[in-house]
Design a protein around this ligand. Structure first.
Ligand code: ATP
Ligand code: MG
Length: 799
């Protein structure tokens, strides 16, 4: 038993332990990056399930022996002699443990939720499965499926992702004869989203805009009205609706609210700094009964302001919950001293923050590497070089991550990694579920599940071609809109509609297909059903009839969707087609980091939140890129960018690289950017600078202790294109002051040559194929198998 207790609390520090054991009442855990907030959250749930309540208990229940109490007393005394605010007796008494279904833990990504479940299961066994560990969205979908009919929506509502929403907006703009240049769909959707965050439905929003007398806003409100109508007709909810309607449901229906408030004895929320107003309301509603709400967050890591997240939620927690206990953690367990100090120094420049300083006892570690490349290609090569170096030193690929401000920066990095045979995975790029063919198959599934879904129906009705022309469809849509019916309704009764009579048999084929698939769905398991659909719809045949490479890979992709279905079946509690579609719909771009494969992770800084890696690269550290142009001169935006920088730097455990390029081609334009101000905010003694050092430009240097040659020097670079340098070499143009090492000559390799690669070891060259001034090598290495790499890139690692 003692061992069990000791294990349960692991090696938590006194403050963390307090967070775990103070189970009752509102609790705010406010602490910097890597201080163990998420760790506390997980231990806390384990503790609730195993030992139950801590504070306020008068009696020691039977299942706690005296020996347990003594052990805990000693343990607490040893670790936290005077710091407890709760009396020891209170602390040590345990009441009945919570049942798993009484606990709801909300995290930011599906991945984080899955991880939480997994870690809990390791700790306490299969009971953990009944804990509601979910994202805001998936928790809400679960609540809505049970009760949304009270709000007039069908329980089988469909979920529209951002892409779907944008399409609907475009349609609305067209119908309203509004120019989609003047009213960009994304901007309009942003307005609608913000209105929803204030709980304004379309009519209320329109009234508000009229009251303000703002003509442009009124036009946007009209789009909102049309948009709302379309979603209503299709029985669809967008991402914001999911939260909005849950809040409306809980506010408007006492029985529903009471049910959940009784059910959830404990509410826990990670990354609370990134909640928006609606999510805040939701959390307060769920926890409204017993007020056992524990929120965890860091005001310095609030990076979703652009989506309406408000730091106020965290800053005003103490006012909101009068008797809230606040625990601050200050020890960072993640990073070395140099990395942590670099991050601390950057964030210190923000004004709007609750100050705090993290420390670590990990030692100073390596200095932060700052590298200035000539251009983005060289930057990519530098990253590849350093990755190979780390690999050669025994790091795994999965230990490394490359972070960037925006997806567009990943291309050159990808190319460099590819040409060096470094395995990698891009998170949130062009994702599997966004591929056209996958969306097509998913649309079939959606229509089978809910035929009222006009948007998805339109996508597949003539795909593969069934001889239904665009004009005919336009006609059918017109009729549906006029009569307020769904397209499905119109298509399945086309025989009775004179204007559609001619096309009726073709529509009938489609309607029959959907109906027969609906019947099949009742009879067979999901994977069988899906494989049948591929054939029955004619989609599979359409692809297999083509011989080009593209069609082949599309065919593979639609079959690959089966693996997603199987994956879903493995972990779903009560698997169904609807459940699978929900899961896919909620699979946001923050997710899909899979650890199974050993490869380098490439992702945006936003997606990296909450994660950690031994080796981290942050690329594109330039003014105009990060911070972006729009943030420069805008104090609030700049502070948000700086928080993002703090998030990025604090992902690193042991080694941190910052890179920038003297000249960069981005979005088709070449520009010469100065190194990011964030880099300059890091004290010089924490940094080792390399690459193309340039002359200092005094007025641009902040006063952070850079001196003389040590300063990161910079001059405005000529906008003229640089001469092409053999990629991967460090040769610097003469225009730069620092004398450059000579470019390494390319190796002359032939089939059968033995080579030694600094990361992959010895191997034999299998093929050499020349390719546009470079050559593609295939080398069979003794230890790591056959790799393909570009000769120019590989030359510097090989002898
Ligand atoms: P972030 O703000 O980035 O989300 P966090 O505060 O949630 O960070 P965690 O991810 O919980 O921090 O912890 C960071 C690292 O520190 C993890 O590797 C965790 O295992 C480790 N850690 C946490 N607490 C302790 C402890 N008491 N002793 C040793 N290691 C710890
Ligand atoms: Mg965390």
């Amino acid at each position: 038993r003692r061992r069990v207790i000791a294990q349960a609390f692991g090696n938590l520090n006194p403050r963390q332990l307090e967070g775990v054991l103070t189970t009752e009442g509102p609790l705010l855990l406010l602490a910097g990056a890597g201080s163990g907030k998420t760790t506390v959250l997980i231990h806390r749930i384990a503790n609730l399930l195993r030992y139950g309540r801590g504070a306020d208990a008068q009696e020691v229940p039977d299942h706690i022996t005296e020996e347990d109490v003594r052990f805990l007393a000693e343990y607490v005394e040893k670790t936290a002699p005077d710091e407890w605010e709760t009396s020891r007796a209170n602390l040590l008494c345990a009441l009945e443990p919570a049942a798993p279904w009484q606990v709801i833990a909300i995290t930011f990504t599906n991945k984080a939720a899955g991880e939480l479940k997994q870690r809990l299961e390791e700790k306490i066994g299969p009971d953990a499965r009944d804990v509601w560990a979910a994202t805001f969205h998936s928790a809400c979908v679960r609540i809505l499926r049970r009760d949304i009919e009270k709000l007039g929506f069908p329980a089988s509502f469909t979920i529209y992702d951002t892409d779907d929403s944008l399409r609907v907006i475009k349609e609305c703009l067209k119908e309203l004869n509004m120019d989609d240049k003047a009213f960009q769909p994304r901007t309009v959707l942003g307005y609608i989203s913000r209105a929803k965050d204030e709980m304004l439905l379309a009519q209320a929003y329109l009234d508000q805009c009229k009251a303000k007398g703002d003509f442009r806003l009124q036009k946007i409100a009209n789009v909102y009205l049309a948009y709302e109508k379309k979603l209503w007709a299709a029985g669809a909810l967008d991402f914001d609706d999911i939260i909005l309607h849950t809040v409306r449901l809980l506010q408007g229906f006492d029985d529903v609210r009471t049910y959940y408030q009784r059910k959830f004895r404990y509410v826990l929320i990670d990354e609370y700094q990134d909640t928006n107003h609606l999510q805040y309301l939701l959390a307060a509603l769920l926890a409204g009964g017993q007020k056992n709400i524990c929120v965890v967050g860091d005001d310095d890591q609030s990076i979703y302001r652009f989506r309406g997240a408000t730091i106020e939620n965290i800053l005003s927690f103490e006012q909101e919950y009068q008797n809230a206990r606040v625990i601050r953690l200050e020890q960072n367990y993640r990073s070395t001293g140099n990395i942590l100090e670099a991050a601390n120094a950057v964030i210190r420049n923000n004004r709007g923050r609750k100050g705090k300083n993290l420390w670590t006892d990990h030692g100073e570690g390596e200095k932060v590497q700052f590298y200035t490349a000539g251009n983005e290609r060289e930057e990519g090569m530098y990253v590849a070089t350093q990755l190979l170096r780390a690999y050669g030193e025994g790091k795994q690929w999965r230990d490394c991550a490359v972070l960037y401000r925006m997806n567009a920066l990943s291309n050159q990095i990808e190319m460099a990694l590819k040409s060096n045979s470094i395995p990698y995975r891009v998170v949130g790029g062009f994702r599997f579920f966004e591929r056209a063919e996958v969306k097509d198959m998913l649309s079939y599934l959606c229509v089978i599940h809910n035929p009222q879904d006009d948007l998805r129906l339109l996508r597949v009705v003539n795909n593969p071609p069934r001889g239904i022309g665009a004009k005919t469809m336009e006609h059918a849509r017109g009729i549906a809109a006029q009569e307020g019916r769904s397209l499905w309704d119109v298509l399945s009764n086309a025989g009775q509609i004179p204007a559609l009579k001619k096309a009726a048999p073709k529509f009938q084929t489609f309607v029959d297909l959907i109906r027969s698939m609906q019947r099949l769905a009742e009879e067979v398991d999901l994977p069988t059903f899906y494989e049948t659909l591929i054939q029955a719809s004619g989609y599979g045949e359409m692809l297999s009839a083509k011989t080009d490479h593209e069609s082949k890979s599309r065919l593979e992709n639609i079959h690959e969707l089966s693996s997603s279905i199987s994956g879903y079946l493995e972990h779903a509690e009560d698997p169904s087609l609807g459940g699978f579609l929900d899961e896919v719909a909620l699979y946001t771009d923050l997710d899909s980091v899979e650890e199974a494969d050993n490869c380098v992770t490439l992702m945006t800084m936003h997606a990296a939140k909450g994660l950690e890696f031994p080796v981290v690269f942050t690329v594109g550290m330039e003014e105009g890129v990060f911070p972006g142009f729009r943030a420069i001169g805008e104090e609030e935006e700049l502070e948000e960018e700086r928080r993002l920088c703090y998030v990025a730097l604090t992902r690193a455990k042991e080694r941190l690289y910052l890179t920038c390029a003297a000249q960069r081609m981005l979005f088709g334009r070449t520009s010469a950017n100065l190194p990011s101000r964030f880099v300059q905010e890091i004290p010089a003694e924490r940094v080792q600078a390399g690459g193309k050092i340039r002359r200092p430009q005094q007025e641009l240097l902040s006063d952070t202790g850079w001196s003389g040659e040590e300063r990161f020097s910079q001059v405005q670079r000529p906008a003229a294109p640089q001469p092409a340098w053999p990629s991967g070499t460090r040769a610097a143009p003469a225009a730069y002051r620092k004398p450059a090492p000579k470019a390494q000559p390319m190796l002359d390799l032939r089939k059968g040559d033995m080579v030694r690669h600094s990361a992959f070891g010895t191997g034999m060259v299998l093929t050499v194929q020349s390719m546009g001034g470079d050559a593609l090598l295939e080398v069979a290495f003794d230890n790591v198998g056959t790799k393909r790499m570009m000769l120019k890139a590989a030359s510097q690692f090989m002898t």
